[in-house]
Design a protein around this ligand. Structure first.
Ligand SMILES: [Zn+2]
Length: 220
């Protein structure tokens, strides 16, 4: 979700234009490689699972210069890893245990409407129950966040902390822990994307074992 006005005019996008766009996509892909769709239809072996925000300005493939078949994607509002979210857990389970991805990347972005909404005291409706998880991140880091006077900077920092906490949430899942216990090579990472520059910031929280996990979360 986006709290800001759209950055560019989307009035030319219609239901019909999407289908016309599809025809163009097919023509372009086949012009470059006549076997393109035959190869893709053979199956997928993406080495990466992307857990990102639903925001339309943060498409996994475009911003990493990758193609279909190269990144397995799960997106929700504010790139959350909620351990009771069956949708996320199912994607994670399939990615780790069937596709055997080598990396899982939680990618947030500055200016995230979900994070901005969570920082306010406004009631938005059903989504408040989802935003609660971000408010919990704020509570965990309230001392640091409250000390930041500039609201924009405070929001940016919450975006970063939300990514870090969700990387941590990812590590706590039974799926990731069992992969590590079984010696499966799997690294988890946290990134924050800047819509205004296009640049990805690596939050340097990459880990490939449970050494940084609190004892209570570890399985024997
Ligand atoms: Zn967002």
């Amino acid at each position: 979700m986006c709290a800001k006005k759209l950055l560019h005019d989307t009035s030319h996008i219609t239901y019909e234009s999407l289908l016309e766009g599809n025809e163009q996509f097919i023509a372009d892909a086949l012009a470059e490689d006549p076997e393109y769709f035959k190869k893709l239809a053979n199956g997928q072996t993406p080495p990466v699972l992307w857990i990102g925000c639903a925001d339309s300005r943060v498409p996994a493939n475009q911003i990493t210069n990758t193609s279909p078949g190269e990144i397995f994607v799960h997106r929700n509002i504010a790139n959350m890893v909620v351990h009771s979210d069956m949708n996320m857990l199912s994607v994670l389970d399939y990615a780790v245990n069937v596709l055997k991805v080598k990396h899982v990347i939680v990618t947030g972005h500055y200016g995230c409407g979900g994070v901005i909404a969570a920082m306010s005291n406004h009631e938005f409706g059903l989504i408040d129950n989802w935003l609660r998880h971000i408010k919990d991140v704020y509570r965990l880091h309230a001392a640091e966040l409250d000390a930041i006077e500039n609201e924009q900077e405070r929001t940016n920092r919450l975006v970063e902390l939300n990514v870090i906490e969700n990387v941590y949430n990812l590590c706590k899942t039974s799926i990731v822990q069992n992969a590590w216990k079984n010696g499966q090579p799997l690294a988890v990472h946290g990134w924050v994307y800047s819509i205004s520059t296009g640049k990805i910031k690596d939050m340097k929280v990459s880990t490939s074992d449970n050494a940084n996990l609190g004892d209570v979360f570890k399985f024997e």
